[in-house]
Design a protein around this ligand. Structure first.
Ligand code: B12
Ligand code: SF4
Length: 435
């Protein structure tokens, strides 16, 4: 879309704010289904701002937009139907962002966009690889609120949307405010449908449960598959670990874009003006037609050994079977160890354990850390806080090797590279709490 030369002249000659209404028209003309604007200095972007500026130093305004997905594709137990829609709308999200950035460029503004999902900054793995976290931006732009399942729910389209962001150097004459109400009904259908138990009724999210299964054919799951090939002594040995259907599925993901294994939380969500009537009119029918087929679906759920997800599938989904796999989330720094604790914490496995751990890391990466586990709750703090039930003093490199199962604990204890003060059984109890 090209601007008239009069408009072009206006934006070049006046540093005055650009009309939000005009930018909205441009975004809709580029194909967005809804759009909202956030100033880069909005307090909601604390923690995000630096990451955005590193990639796009000219950023002043974030244009957040949503793209609708076809609901019945996402709901189908045939996940190929859901995945073609994720890919189709995902590509369209990037195309809309491209068109809007181009339109802004045409009127003399600077604009760029990060991908809807991939490609990301893979060299940063296993830390955060994405540049813009589209969800908090969309919430700040008034496009929706986060539901119990942690997806953004748009007041009209529900959660059947993908999100995009265009970063621009213009300032606007008005910005959005977050929605005052949350469209989430707290019906907990997402909790019931998730095959891994990743969504707790109180809204807590067990990242590694979702990630290990749903992302089996993405980053870490893919690394694990490669390692199973490297470890296999023969084709027959490989086939014992990986079924033919799994090999074909991996080929399909590599050839046509990675396929999500579930996203059932999104499939069953009845929130949003356009979506809710089917649920309100006949809840029983909604459950029978949309939730039950996903719950009854016979399929393999990928779990890590000893995880809450492993127990959950066995208890809740008799038609599903688990397969133990690695999820490729290797810890390669003490900072990563500290950050990863909350992502890997297995609330149920922690049970009634109540203990405070002091970690004193020495050597290459010095850091003091207090980890408290109390009746299924975890807190991680820098420094040594309160009294420890177990104090672990360890050389940072040795500790990382121990976590990766490359160094033996006994050997490290004998060589005084790891020292414990307190009941050593608490270390085993600690290990059980993390997947
Ligand atoms: C990382 C990520 C994931 C992670 C973590 C999900 C999460 N709750 O954040 C995993 C792999 C589990 C995931 C799964 C899914 N995702 Co996703 N995902 C993203 C991504 C790249 C960033 C999310 C984010 O901003 N998180 C930060 C804050 C806001 O979320 P949080 O819950 O407070 O924090 C979590 C993450 O930070 C994560 N985390 C922290 N450190 C690290 C490090 C690494 C390496 C990783 C991988 C994760 C991670 O763990 C935290 C706790 O859960 C965005 C794309 C983007 N660039 O924004 C898409 C995005 C959020 N995903 C999306 C979708 C659709 C899904 C799935 C439905 C996938 C699918 N198609 O099957 C599921 C839904 C799972 C769920 N119920 O949340 C959409 C959501 C659309 C919407 N309506 O809200 C997004 C916005 C993509 C898009 N452009 O539309 N996703
Ligand atoms: S399924 Fe129900 S509880 Fe879950 S996010 Fe949607 S409306 Fe909220």
């Amino acid at each position: 879309m090209h601007m008239s030369s009069a408009v072009l002249e206006t934006i070049r000659s006046t540093p005055s704010p650009f009309p939000a209404r005009r930018l909205r028209e441009m975004a809709l003309a580029a194909g967005a289904d809804d759009v909202g604007f956030v100033a880069l200095d909005d307090p909601a972007l604390t923690g995000e701002r630096e990451i955005i500026l590193e990639a796009f130093p000219f950023a002043r305004t974030l244009v957040s937009f949503v793209m609708r997905m076809n609901r019945d594709n996402v709901r189908s137990p045939a996940r190929s139907a859901a995945n073609v829609e994720f890919h189709r709308v995902g590509d369209e999200t990037d195309a809309v962002a491209h068109r809007l950035a181009r339109a802004l460029e045409n009127i003399g503004a600077r604009a760029a966009y990060p991908a809807m999902a991939f490609p990301m900054e893979a060299s940063r793995w296993p830390s955060r690889m994405w540049i813009v976290a589209h969800k908090p931006v969309a919430v700040a732009a008034g496009l929706g609120r986060i539901g119990i399942h942690r997806n953004v729910i748009h007041p009209k389209f529900g959660n059947f949307i993908l999100l995009g962001t265009v970063v621009a150097d213009v300032s606007l004459d008005s910005y959005a405010r977050p929605l005052e109400f949350n469209p989430c009904l707290e019906c907990k259908l997402c909790v019931a449908a998730c095959p891994t138990g990743a969504i707790a009724p109180d809204g807590a999210f067990q990242f590694d449960a979702c990630y290990t299964h749903n992302y089996r054919e993405f980053m870490g799951g893919f690394s694990d598959w490669v390692e199973s090939i490297a470890d296999a002594g023969s084709a027959r040995d490989y086939r014992r670990k990986v079924s033919d259907a799994e090999t074909v599925s991996m080929w399909q993901s590599l050839a046509y874009g990675p396929n999500y294994k579930a996203a059932y939380c999104m499939a069953v969500c009845p929130a949003g003006e356009d979506v809710i009537s089917a649920y309100r009119d006949d809840r029983k029918k909604f459950l029978e037609e949309i939730v039950d087929p996903l719950r009854r679906k016979e399929e393999t759920i990928y779990v890590t050994q000893g995880s809450d997800a492993e127990d959950y599938v066995a208890r809740r989904f008799p038609a599903k079977r688990v397969k133990r796999v690695g999820n490729g989330l290797r810890v390669n720094s003490i900072a990563g160890f500290a950050r990863g604790l909350s992502l890997r914490f297995q609330r149920k496995r922690a049970g009634r354990l109540s203990a405070v751990y002091h970690f004193v890391f020495t050597g290459a990466e010095r850091r003091d850390l207090t980890v408290a586990i109390d009746n299924g709750r975890l807190s991680v703090e820098d420094g040594l806080v309160g009294n420890a039930d177990l104090r672990i003093r360890a050389d940072s490199e040795v500790w990382l090797r121990f976590l990766r199962k490359e160094a033996s604990l006994l050997w490290s204890l004998m060589r005084l590279q790891i020292r414990l003060r307190g009941d050593p059984r608490l270390l085993a109890a600690f290990g059980r709490c993390f997947g």
